[in-house]
Design a protein around this ligand. Structure first.
Ligand code: GTP
Ligand code: MG
Length: 428
């Protein structure tokens, strides 16, 4: 199964609440405020893992939640921060907000990290709120909620290894015997019209993605045959397996075939000849193959050749080991236009839209609703248990110019203002 699109729910941890506490000491009748801060909530972070090639893990784990922050403690002690959850995904993974379709992260580099939802902030303990007027505040903040959302995780599958060669040399047959992919196989040219991908498991446990590409012909780099479009796909591969038909029953000459294909690869713009190449001499079961191979080796004495008969899956293990070995030592080639974003390698980044602090909705009948991340956060951070907390919240609203904005919108003395299901009266 080739998994490339999964919908999951991600939830960051809530910040721990601050607490109200007072120092108790011998001979000190009323100690100062000493309520500690709550810990921050954990975030859900995606990180690319060069050892992963599918989103299979996510399919079995569709809810990802980070840890909540702990409550603050007496003696000004911080509650522990909630644990982040790191989700390892293959390179090329794109994360989108399921509701809006907006891209949350585009993970293209090795060890690139992106915060998908960030944890809530821990609330401050009463220790922070003492001042010259009030040396014993009964006030603390609550931790804020972490973000949560449904996300679509998509993998632009990047093939690690690409099969190239003339039409009908057995590329699709090779892919079909080393993976569970089921490409069309037939004895006419250009059977394969678009790349097929397969997950290849090497007997020693390593794995990679192999792409079977349409056959190339002379002039492919100038657009002949299916050429140009598909050379572009090879651009994404780090290792090339060059399949040569040693049977040559099409009346072709393997020595020439090899030269022509390499010439096309060299003529194409994206340094295709710089990729390590594994040369596979296929159809070794056919009459004349041994003789052709001998000539081939004489023509290219420095080329290592792997002999295979793909229809009976013979000779392929050494090819797979070689491919995995080469992949382990070959860095990805920068793709067209991607140099710039390489700067973000290993950097933690977030996509966040600029949003207003609040918006006012007129519900009619003297009822108004205040919505917006910032205002709702401020509301949730307040525990309305003491008069002092109420006043503090009111001051915050005034500072955010909420009063003025409400007045301007037409809100009048005695009207009802709603924030997060709570109703307040607007008093001048
Ligand atoms: N005798 C013999 N025939 C083979 C071998 N491998 C593949 N074939 C046959 O060669 C023909 C072409 O095989 P494909 O795998 O479709 O070749 P391809 O390179 O994918 O061809 P295109 O998709 O057209 O580029 C089929 O009829 C296969 O059965 C082999 O090792 N020996
Ligand atoms: Mg094919």
């Amino acid at each position: 199964m080739f998994v490339d699109r999964v919908k999951i729910h991600v939830k960051a941890g809530k910040g721990g609440d601050g607490i109200v506490a007072f120092r108790r000491e011998k001979y000190v009748p009323l100690g100062g405020p000493s309520g500690g801060d709550g810990g921050n909530g954990g975030s859900v972070i995606f990180e690319t893992d060069p050892g992963k090639f599918t989103l299979l893990d996510l399919r079995y784990n569709r809810k990802v939640a980070a840890g909540d922050g702990e409550k603050g403690k007496p003696k000004k002690m911080h509650g522990a921060n909630g644990k982040d959850v790191i989700v390892r995904v293959p390179q090329g993974t794109i994360v989108k907000n399921a509701e809006t379709g907006a891209i949350v992260a585009d993970l293209t580099h090795v060890n690139q990290r992106a915060v998908i939802v960030s944890g809530g902030k821990g609330g401050r303990g009463n220790f922070h709120f003492r001042n010259s007027v009030n040396s014993a505040p009964e006030y603390c903040e609550m931790g804020t909620f972490g973000n949560e959302m449904d996300v679509i995780v998509e993998l632009k599958v990047l093939a690690d290894v690409g099969l190239v060669g003339f039409p009908s040399v057995g590329k699709s047959t090779l892919l079909s015997v080393v993976s569970s992919a089921k490409p069309e196989i037939a004895d006419y040219h250009f059977t394969t019209l678009k790349p097929n991908l397969g997950m290849v498991q090497v007997p020693d446990g390593r794995s990679f993605v192999m792409a079977d590409l349409p056959g190339l012909i002379e002039g492919a780099s100038q657009g002949k045959g299916l050429g140009f479009e598909f050379l572009k796909h090879i651009e994404r591969c780090r290792v090339i397996i060059h399949v040569v038909d040693m049977g040559a029953n099409d009346g072709r000459d393997p020595v020439e075939d090899y030269r022509i294909i390499n010439n096309e690869l060299a003529s194409y713009q994206y340094r295709l000849m710089e990729r390590p190449q594994i040369v596979v001499a296929n159809k070794m079961d056919l009459e004349g193959a041994a003789e052709n191979l001998k000539r081939f080796k004489e023509a290219y004495p420095d080329v290592e050749v792997f002999e295979t008969t793909t229809i009976i899956a013979e000779g392929l293990d050494p090819v797979l080991y070689k491919a995995a070995d080469l992949l382990a030592v070959t860095d990805p080639f920068p793709m067209e236009g991607s140099e710039q974003s390489a700067n973000t390698q290993g950097v933690l980044y977030k996509f966040e839209e600029e949003k207003p602090a609040f918006e006012i909705k007129n519900l009619g009948n003297g009822r108004w609703q205040l919505v917006g991340d910032e205002i709702e956060k401020a509301f949730r951070a307040t525990s309305f248990t003491t008069e002092e907390a109420d006043q503090r919240f009111a001051r915050k609203m005034r500072k955010m110019n909420v009063d003025a904005a409400l007045r301007e919108a037409g809100c009048q003395d005695g009207d009802i203002v709603i924030i997060c299901d709570y109703e307040f009266q607007f008093l001048e």
